[in-house]
Design a protein around this ligand. Structure first.
Ligand SMILES: [Zn+2]
Length: 79
């Protein structure tokens, strides 16, 4: 009779641990998904005005990077 009680307690323990682990994994997965796009985008400085913009929003001209098309045609800032 005592053994049966222990078996039931062990089953309840396993069931509870599985539920807690699933909740913990779900929270961790969600947090990782949210953090991903922030770190993926590279920030670069405009060669003309010095503004820092995401790489996808700016314009590239060889080695140089500019915040917009107007600054790309204006070229590097003198001095
Ligand atoms: Zn600029």
């Amino acid at each position: 009779m005592r053994n049966l009680l222990i078996v039931i307690l062990v089953f309840i323990g396993i069931w509870w641990a599985r539920g807690a682990l699933r909740r913990f994994k779900a929270q961790g997965g969600l947090r990782r998904k949210e953090a991903r796009p922030v770190s993926a985008e590279r920030m670069l400085e405009c060669r003309h005005c010095g503004l820092i913009v995401p790489e996808s929003e700016g314009v590239r001209a060889g080695e140089d990077f500019y915040c917009c098309e107007a600054h790309r045609s204006a070229g590097r800032r003198a001095g």
